[in-house]
Design a protein around this ligand. Structure first.
Ligand code: AMP
Ligand code: MG
Length: 321
């Protein structure tokens, strides 16, 4: 398949939106990561997403919309907490609500709930408004790989496999959205993200944590994610001691501290603050693939706020989780 590249001027975005309306697949930039979109009302198009990504089909997709009013078409009821969350929508927050029958099982993996998000990134927002329909989209990577945060990452994974890719900017946040379940009466974080626990608690009062563990709330959460090709170990303790154990191997090291290392080591420094760690994490993991390292050692990410989301992704990618 020939993949068409679309720029972000409005006539190109209109053409890309037409592909979605005709049942095709288009990858598009957002503030979190690039998404791989299909019309959320066309089951056959939604199924193509699973096929192209190699994604297990019990892992639900998020519906992306351009304006808040579209939520009323999709959700059976709007819990009162929604009025306090409006300030994060548009933004990197997905809310899980009871769904109307109009939402196909293919989108929700048969659940009676649906995840909904309004991206704030201007090209994404314009594109979604042009689509008019909700756009079902997971991250635009081959299943299991680190999520794409640049146009180049999407090309690496999906060129020749999808109808179109929108050539947008680097994703500012760099991690997938916070997923907040509002379908049970107890607001529950299913996936941490840039809308942090502290921000949600300030808006809603008490917020619960769910999802991971033996009884996953979202079926998709049981799968290994974000993994680079080489085994990745998070090191709690002195990373220099750990590096010494892999003498003779090609080592990749991911750092948050400013440590200088000698020898033939592939180094990725994640940045100087938690926002930068989030922004750079997936890019760093993909870099280690291209550097063909045998093993990756990472410093641990500690702390609250967005660090919770960075640590969540780091451990899902790691072998010692
Ligand atoms: P991805 O876009 O690849 O990050 O995948 C979407 C993720 O959103 C899923 O893996 C789930 O964690 C979450 N999600 C989407 N829809 C629902 C839902 N109805 N209930 C719970 N979680 C959901
Ligand atoms: Mg994903």
């Amino acid at each position: 398949m020939k993949t068409v590249i679309y720029d972000t001027d409005s006539s190109s975005l209109e053409k890309a939106a037409q592909v979605i309306k005709n049942g095709g697949l288009v990858a598009f930039p957002t503030e979190t990561v690039y998404g791989l979109g299909a019309c959320g009302f066309m089951p056959q198009s939604v199924n193509k997403i699973f096929k192209v990504k190699g994604r297990p089909n019990d892992n639900p997709l998020i519906l992306h919309i351009g304006s808040y009013e579209q939520i009323y078409d999709l959700a059976l009821e709007i819990p009162e907490q929604m009025s306090k969350l409006k300030k994060f929508m548009p933004g990197p927050l997905t809310v899980v609500l009871k769904r109307k029958d109009i939402v196909p099982d293919e989108v929700t993996a048969g659940l009676n709930t649906v995840g909904i998000r309004i991206p704030s990134q201007p090209d994404a927002n314009a594109f979604l408004k042009m689509c008019g329909v909700p756009v079902a989209a997971p991250s635009a990577n081959i299943s299991g790989r680190p999520s794409p945060t640049t146009f180049g990452h999407v090309v690496e994974d999906l060129d020749g496999k999808v109808d179109g890719i929108i050539r947008g900017e680097v994703c500012s946040v760099g991690l997938e959205s916070t997923v907040l379940d509002l379908s049970t009466g107890e607001p529950t974080i299913l996936r941490p993200g840039a809308i942090t626990r502290e921000m949600l608690e300030e808006a809603l009062g008490i917020v619960y944590t769910g999802g991971d563990g033996n009884r996953p709330k979202a079926p998709g959460m049981k799968y290994k994610h974000y993994a680079p090709k080489a085994p990745l170990y998070v090191v709690d303790g002195d990373i220099l001691d750990e590096i010494a154990k892999y003498n003779g191997k090609k080592i990749g090291v991911m750092l948050t501290d400013n440590i200088s290392l000698d020898g033939d080591i592939a180094i990725q420094h994640l940045g100087n603050n938690p926002q930068e760690y989030a922004h750079n994490l997936f890019k760093a993991l993909r870099y280690f693939d291209s550097a063909k390292v045998d093993v990756i050692l990472s410093q641990d990410i500690k702390g609250d706020g967005i660090c919770e989301a960075v640590r969540n992704r780091l451990y899902k990618a790691a072998n010692n989780r």
